[in-house]
Design a protein around this ligand. Structure first.
Ligand code: FAD
Length: 427
């Protein structure tokens, strides 16, 4: 049975209303703005080192409908160490391969084995899961840690930091609270107030592209879709001129998560709201694609649009005692499927850098920012390359197809060693 409308929303909702508001009144605590993937991972990594952590999260509930995530070994090795991978085990899928196909003919261009081979080569699994499942696993683990306090419906609105610490103002219902910490970490996502409060920083900019997302129960897909996604357990990306489509299993393989990336035809409207284009219209963008793929897209109606923004400049350290992680530091396009992975890496690298004596933090934070800047720049370059390859047209697409068909899979795998083999805690 297909989960739709409210059912799907309910399934993806993590009800945080029951969260007890524990508070740790301690000027040595580390304050985190945002309980997303970056904020919760950071809290767990800091708590493992004995730090007291206070998270402020503006929402009462965290929800994202129909959104899947690919998590590569550079992220799962860190989640494994934090004990989060075990909690996710019942819901994630370990695909056997990552495949690239032609969107018009459906022909397979590339087959990269992951599964057992990813574990052997990069030392951790390549997995796909629902974002809400990951967030739930992180949240459950954080709730079980006595060093971590989470206060909901609490937006961090202002902060002042100097070399001794940071004073944070939090809007809690109709009052403003003040909290002191040794460090404020902005893990508050692409619209980061922590980043934007410092006026000279560049804000996220619109890329003119929309990611359309949908999840469909396997038994609601057209019968011939199985031939286009053999085995049903691989990550498959279909390429086309200016657009691509990705599909992979989530929720223990009961559903297929789809992401279709295409230009925003109403790009004159560059606000942050939902695009005006009705969901069924965007499928016209794929009008010359393989019929089986168009039928699968229709089975996924209505799709949820997600405008793609990116940070023009990656920034980690803003002031002495103010650091950014995750999308707040470097929101990026999803072509390398690394945004959440980088948030997890940032969190573990930051926790690994902080010693107990906060007099040592300044050089440590500067080194953290330097290392992470280099890593993020390399990942952003990889995303730009994937973008070119996925959306190529004409002779460039023909050349791409020849290379993909003929280059040994081992060469593609070794090209990924720097990305998937990376250990953010050891670097
Ligand atoms: C279409 C698409 C596909 C993607 N696919 C992948 C993928 O396959 N693999 C991958 O690794 N990544 C992927 N990503 C990227 C990934 O989803 C993000 O990079 C990741 O979720 C960022 O996590 P975050 O914790 O930094 O931010 P968020 O998840 O946005 O969390 C920020 C949190 O801060 C809270 N907040 C905001 N402002 C305040 C405030 N002032 N005070 C307190 N709290 C606040 C918010 O409510 C939220 O809970 C994809 C992204 C898109 C758009």
């Amino acid at each position: 049975m297909r989960l739709c409308g409210q059912g799907r929303l309910k399934a993806a909702l993590i009800d945080l209303k029951t969260e007890r508001n524990r508070r740790i009144p301690n000027p040595d605590q580390i304050i985190i703005a945002g309980a997303g993937i970056a904020g919760l991972t950071l809290a767990l990594a800091l708590s493992a080192k004995g730090f007291q952590v206070q998270i402020f999260e503006q929402s009462a509930t965290l929800a994202e409908i129909g959104a899947g995530l690919q998590l590569s070994p550079n992220a799962t090795r860190l989640l494994g160490r934090l004990g989060v991978l075990d909690q996710l085990k019942n819901s994630y899928v370990e695909p056997q391969a990552i495949c690239l196909h032609d969107g018009i003919s459906g022909e397979r261009l590339l087959h990269l084995p992951v599964g057992e081979q990813a574990q052997q080569r990069w030392g951790a699994p390549y997995i796909v899961c629902h974002r809400a499942d990951l967030q739930n696993a992180l949240l459950n683990k954080a709730r079980s840690e006595p060093n971590i306090a989470i206060q909901l419906q609490s937006a961090v609105t202002q902060h002042n930091s100097d070399e001794n610490g940071t004073l944070v103002r939090v809007q809690y219902h109709d009052r403003i609270e003040e909290h002191r910490g040794a460090l404020l970490v902005g893990a508050d996502g692409v619209w980061s107030n922590t980043r934007n409060a410092t006026s000279d920083l560049d804000r996220a900019r619109y890329t003119g592209t929309i990611a359309w997302r949908s999840s469909v129960a396997v038994d609601e897909l057209p019968n011939d879709f199985a031939a286009l996604m053999p085995g049903g357990t691989n990550v498959v990306a279909w390429t086309g001129a200016n657009a691509h489509l990705v599909a992979y299993p989530i929720r223990s393989g009961q559903m297929i998560n789809f992401v279709a990336v295409a230009p925003d035809r109403q790009s004159a409207r560059r606000d942050t709201g939902a695009p005006e284009t009705p969901s069924q219209d965007f499928i016209r963008e794929f009008g010359n694609w393989h019929k089986g793929l168009q039928d699968a897209m229709r089975a996924g109606l209505p799709w949820t649009p997600w405008r793609l923004f990116e940070m023009p400049k990656c920034r980690f350290q803003i002031e002495n005692r103010l650091v950014l992680v995750g999308d707040a530091a470097h929101a990026m396009t999803p072509y390398a499927a690394q945004g959440a992975a980088m948030a997890i890496e940032d969190a573990c690298a930051l926790a690994g850098t902080l010693g107990k004596d906060n007099a040592t933090w300044q050089p440590a934070l500067a080194a953290f920012a330097h290392n992470r800047n280099k890593r993020i720049a390399a990942v952003v370059r990889r995303g730009a390359l994937n973008h070119l390859a996925y959306h190529a047209k004409g002779p460039i697409a023909l050349a791409r197809n020849i290379i993909m068909r003929n280059r040994p899979a081992e060469k593609f795998m070794s090209d990924l060693d720097w990305l998937y083999g990376y250990d953010a805690e050891a670097s």
